[in-house]
Design a protein around this ligand. Structure first.
Ligand SMILES: [Zn+2]
Length: 482
């Protein structure tokens, strides 16, 4: 699956500190990745862009809940019982496998929505064996993906789990959130944070992590009213759609809703907003496809579920957001187990709100940003990140290290930092090498302090993408950097 682009992405990522495997000095553990100094800046920018869309754009509130939660939470949500992968192990070497992935790789078919008996039959009928040692595979079983832990010590210790999603932890404080947001409906709650899934044998680098980041938005709505006032804002957005009968069509969000391909207006709206958001992140929107979940793939409580997939050159389809009408499933389940009412009362009408969830991964979209922004020309490979996602906005160089130029360049660097601009200072190697290093990690502007700076107070501002250079007065720089 590796191609030249993937090699470039991996090479720059590891060498320059975007992402790299965790615990490397102890041999690493698959499914865990560090964000390095450059990657962490990119990730914060992606988080903030999501906040801009939802907290500012949609008027959502934001919460942050614990990653460890007691067993009841996951009993109520159904995760203790159902959050599992169908697994098999090699009888000879003991290697565990996710059955659907094993079959998909062997038979080149899709196993979406298949249950244990179907998968077992495919393995038996096609004599699928252990890819490592050709040993026979054991019977399939359900393997729960939650990391279990315990809270406290001794007899009073309580079983707990690392959360497999942020959503449930958002629902728990529903009553408080309802009061805090002044009892208006619909209202949305964003949570950005870590979640954990003990994947059987994750490969695919940062696409399948055991500890990963999510940004999940829960919109609480009236059961009979899932419309959006601002729907007109997204109606004109062009999209490619794979409907549940596997037909691919090109249309717009507005037309897809009119034609009842997307039935719930809130879902159509957030599909449109997500396409815009991914575009602003730097993801190539021509590679996005909206895919509706098939009836046997969708959770039983959901009336409609859609994903947006990025069609990756190296990895095929990558799911980067899931948007789902969850009905009153979650609030009702927590009401039942906790015996706390989740009902609201609007002018005498009592009901449990429905939830439309917009669930973004963070790590997968970041990979899609890397793949979309990778460029290659005579400079070599580099990332053309949008300015708002780039790790630093500017790099500051003295042309040479003498005649007071580096002191003057340091002053410019300090001025940028004082103004709240993320910038780096680099004075090692030739100016060409420094441009190349800045381009490689996608810094949009390079500022060079030269002899003219000493006489007229201007610096050379060079743009990464056009390579154009212009002279800008030092006091004007901050305003010119957008
Ligand atoms: Zn084996």
């Amino acid at each position: 699956m590796q191609d030249k682009n993937t090699d470039n992405i991996l090479d720059i990522s590891k060498r320059r500190g975007i992402v790299y495997p965790s615990f490397e000095i102890y041999g690493g553990v698959s499914g865990f990745y560090d964000y390095g100094p450059i990657g962490t800046r990119i990730k914060k920018n992606v988080d903030d862009l999501i906040r801009e869309y939802y907290v500012i754009g949609e008027g959502c509130v934001e919460v942050e809940c614990p990653t460890v939660s007691p067993e009841q939470v996951w009993v109520a949500s159904g995760h203790v019982k159902n959050f599992s992968d169908m697994t098999t192990e090699c009888l000879k070497c003991g290697q565990p496998y996710r059955a659907d992935h094993l079959i998909e790789e062997d038979l080149k078919i899709s196993c979406d929505g298949m249950k244990i008996p179907e998968l077992q039959k495919l393995i038996d009928d096609n004599n699928i064996a252990c890819p490592k040692c050709r040993g026979k595979l054991d019977k399939l079983y359900d393997y729960n993906l939650m990391f279990a832990t315990s809270v406290g010590a001794g007899k009073g210790a309580m079983t707990a789990y690392l959360r497999p999603e942020t959503a449930q932890t958002t629902y728990l404080a529903f009553n408080r959130l309802w009061e805090i947001t002044r009892r208006k409906i619909p209202f949305g709650v964003l949570q950005i944070g870590k979640s954990f899934r003990n994947e059987i044998s994750p490969r695919q680098g940062m696409l399948r992590l055991r500890e990963f980041s999510q940004a999940e938005v829960q919109f609480f709505a009236e059961p009979e009213n899932k419309t959006m006032e601002n729907f007109g804002d997204v109606a004109g957005i062009s999209v490619r759609i794979l409907s549940k009968d596997e037909k691919e069509i090109s249309t717009t969000i507005g037309a897809a809703f009119e034609d009842k391909i997307i039935k719930i207006q809130m879902i159509a709206y957030f599909l449109g907003r997500s396409v815009q958001l991914f575009g602003d992140m730097g993801i190539n929107t021509e590679k996005l496809r909206l895919r509706q979940h098939k009836d046997d793939e969708r959770a039983f409580y959901s009336s409609e579920t859609w994903d947006i997939e990025f069609m990756s050159g190296a990895f095929g389809r990558i799911e980067i957001v899931g948007i789902s009408d969850r009905g009153d499933y979650d609030l009702s389940a927590h009401q039942k187990l906790s015996k706390q009412s989740m009902e609201v009362n609007i002018e005498g009408r009592k009901f449990i709100p429905h939830v439309v969830e917009v669930a973004y991964g963070i790590d997968r979209p970041i990979y899609c940003v890397l793949e979309s922004c990778l460029r290659e020309d005579e400079r070599g490979a580099y990332f053309a990140f949008p300015t708002r996602v780039a790790p630093y906005k500017a790099a500051v160089f003295p042309l040479v290290k003498k005649d007071g130029l580096d002191e003057r360049a340091l002053e410019v660097f300090r001025l940028l930092r004082k103004s709240g601009v993320y910038a780096i200072f680099d004075r090692s190697g030739s100016i060409g090498k420094r441009y190349a290093r800045a381009d490689e990690v996608g810094i949009p502007y390079c500022l060079t302090v030269d002899y003219d700076t000493l006489t007229d107070g201007t610096v050379t501002v060079r743009s990464r993408d056009s390579k154009e250079q212009k002279r800008v007065k030092i006091e004007e720089i901050v305003r010119q950097l957008d």
